[in-house]
Design a protein around this ligand. Structure first.
Ligand code: DMJ
Length: 644
């Protein structure tokens, strides 16, 4: 990985004064000094004195409100703001010096990006802003409490709440998935009562459920239940770093259950004749079998490793990591299309099946885990896992080359699909699931630190900049998929108007959106399942770029969830159609609304030092695991021993 370029040439195009924002003071002074009044004033000596006095005073005002055009320095320090930076803003002399050595300006940011922005970046958000975001964060916490109260009242111990029919439903094998998926969100939010209720339920019921239940999906159980237990273990003080839970069971309880569950899940690997695990596990007798079409999804078999690696690290038993990592080692050897892979793989032959390539369903988190597993393991490796980074980089080049297109008429950037592989035609279709990608791209570019720091330390390559640019462009498209609808909520799938594709009369319903002709929403795709991917990306992009517009976008989305998905009796519900008002409701609260959507919104509106992205990696279900050199060292003897 080259570390040579401080920034891409693309980032310093030109300085076009026409587009630059002019402050109120500039407008006043410029008007004043070109008017007759100015000429009359300077024609007498009092006038001259007054004129000079005014010039001096106005110059001071201009300097203290110095040009708000985003410059390299401004753009990068936005939202950061130390006390020192704040002082500089009010210190005319220092400000003047700063002005003299101002770095080249970035291209102006225009239109859509600015329309919901809270203002031009001026360094640290002011006190009013901070209070505003704290209040908004409290709103998210209240939403979580409302969601949990509905679940507790009507569905405690079931996988999911059906909020309209006010009952529980076991759609994920019957392990009380909502309880486990919600627990670490409650810990992060400091909701002790929920931590205690969820923790006690887990302690009293989960082991028994695991030993008695039948079929579960390997991937869903790993990311939601195993992932939830592992982050609860960490956040409650399991490996001693932090303790966000003053209540609930001891961390070793979570670890014990996690190991029991993972031991059974391992049968999906050990029963398969290849390194590709079967998709389903019969928990009660630790046996596994393939799905009905005999295939596994590419994303499913490659989205287990963060969890299994961390479990190996904290249990001291390398078997979980060994099995999980065989999948990636095997994928490394398979042929790909510019790093992109088909969405099905056979556990019997170990080969990819079919040609279909997409970053939506069945493809998505393969790409996410390539970079996240590398981030998790990179500090202990002797280069052993560099291939993951290489596979990720190659895949992102493939995305940029084969899948990225722009819409007509407004040039929204989207990531389409190749239903027939590289030789088939391009489909301008994007699942909402693809909206995980902006966050992953940004994380992959800076490795979790801010863009400002990465640039200062010369860490970004041209490819990193290209990935960051794509991340920002795509995040905007994902946000517009919400804005374009009548409800302000995104559909499950969107199509995009291109030179080869358009269908009339299928807009999102919000006629005031300028993208109503760019985004096409087919009848069958109009539902919303309370999914997290867009707010996940907004959270990561806010942490990395510090651009406040991502918070504002997140706030708009949150308000729409509040307005259209909240159920009075408790909980939130999926919708059938986001394009009509009032929207028809679906009667299901997915576990990831509590595990992911509300967690990411809460973190987006909060202090950036909570769960920092260079010290934690979030699994695909938003459960954070620590990245610590020592605990991931190869071999059981070097791993931190479970404290049981
Ligand atoms: C979650 O279970 C995970 O984020 C997964 O990777 C994709 N689907 C859902 C959320 O939409």
């Amino acid at each position: 990985m080259s570390k040579s370029l401080p920034y891409s040439v693309k980032d310093v195009h030109y300085d076009n004064a026409k587009f630059r924002h002019r402050s109120f003071f500039k407008v006043i002074t410029q008007t004043l000094f070109t008017s007759d009044m100015k000429r009359e004033c300077v024609s007498c000596s009092t006038g001259k004195f007054l004129g000079l006095f005014m010039i001096f005073g106005l110059a001071c005002l201009m300097l203290t409100h110095a040009s708000k055009t985003p410059s390299v320095t401004d753009g990068l320090s936005k939202g950061l703001g130390t006390n020192e930076e704040q002082k500089v803003v009010t210190d005319v002399g220092v400000r003047f010096k700063k002005l003299l050595r101002r770095a080249p300006r970035l291209p102006p940011r225009l239109s859509g990006n600015e329309k919901v922005s809270s203002g031009i970046f001026t360094g640290k958000p002011n006190e009013h802003d901070e209070e505003k975001w704290k209040a908004r964060q409290r709103n998210v916490k209240e939403a979580f409490t409302h969601a949990w109260s509905g679940y507790k009242k009507f569905a405690m111990g079931y996988d999911e709440l059906l909020p309209l029919s006010m009952q529980g439903f076991d759609g994920l094998g019957g392990l009380g998935a909502t309880v486990v998926d919600s627990l670490d969100t409650a810990m992060i939010m400091g909701l002790e009562e929920v931590v205690s209720e969820a923790g006690s339920w887990i302690e009293s019921n989960l082991l028994e459920r695991i030993s008695q239940k039948g079929d579960v999906n390997l991937f869903e159980t790993t990311i939601r239940v195993l992932g939830g237990l592992l982050s609860a273990y960490h956040l409650s003080g399991g490996d001693q770093d932090m303790n966000l839970a003053n209540t609930g069971p001891k961390p070793t309880i979570y670890l014990e259950i996690a190991k029991n569950l993972a031991d059974r899940l391992l049968s999906a690997f050990t029963s398969s004749p290849t390194p590709i695990p079967y998709s389903d596990v019969l928990l009660k007798n630790s046996s596994a079998h393939p799905s009905s079409n005999l295939l596994s999804s590419t994303s499913e078999v490659s989205t287990l490793q963060l969890e299994f690696n961390y479990l190996s690290a904290i249990s001291g038993d390398p078997k979980y990591k060994t099995e999980g990592m065989k999948v990636f080692a095997h994928f490394k050897t398979l042929p790909k299309v510019e790093g992109l892979v088909p969405i099905y793989v056979s556990p019997h032959s170990g080969e990819f099946i079919g040609q279909e390539i997409r970053l939506g369903s069945r493809g998505d988190s393969y790409y996410e885990y390539l970079i996240k597993v590398w981030l998790q393991l990179r500090s202990i490796q002797d280069g052993n896992f560099t291939y993951l980074y290489d596979m990720y980089e190659e895949a992102m080049r493939g995305v940029r080359h084969l899948l990225v297109q722009k819409t007509i008429p407004n040039e929204l950037v989207f990531v389409g699909e190749l239903p027939g592989g590289s030789k088939g035609s391009f489909s301008p279709k994007m699942d909402h699931l693809v909206c995980f990608l902006p966050g992953t791209l940004a994380l992959g570019a800076t490795k979790g630190i801010t863009k400002e720091k990465a640039m200062k330390d010369n860490l970004l390559t041209i490819e990193d900049f290209e990935n960051l640019k794509l991340a920002e462009d795509l995040a905007k498209t994902c946000f517009e998929m919400y804005s374009v609808t009548s409800t302000g909520l995104a559909p499950e799938i969107a199509y995009f108007h291109t030179k080869d594709f358009y269908e009339d009369g299928l807009g999102g319903g919000n006629q005031s959106s300028e993208y109503v002709n760019d985004i096409i929403i087919k009848f069958n795709d109009r539902h919303n399942l309370l999914r997290p991917e867009t707010v996940e990306s907004l959270f990561v992009l806010y942490r990395i770029t510090q651009d406040p517009k991502y918070r504002e976008w997140g706030w708009q989305i949150f308000q729409s969830f509040e307005k259209y998905t909240k159920v009075d009796s408790g909980g939130y519900t999926s919708l059938n159609d986001v394009t009509t008002l009032p929207p028809q409701r679906r009667d299901k609260m997915e576990t990831f609304f509590l595990g992911e959507t509300l967690k990411y919104l809460y973190l987006l509106f909060g202090d950036s030092s909570v769960i920092p992205l260079d010290k934690f990696v979030f699994n695909t279900e938003a459960h954070p695991f620590p990245i610590k050199d020592a605990i991931y060292l190869e071999g059981g003897s070097n791993m931190m021993k479970g404290t049981m």
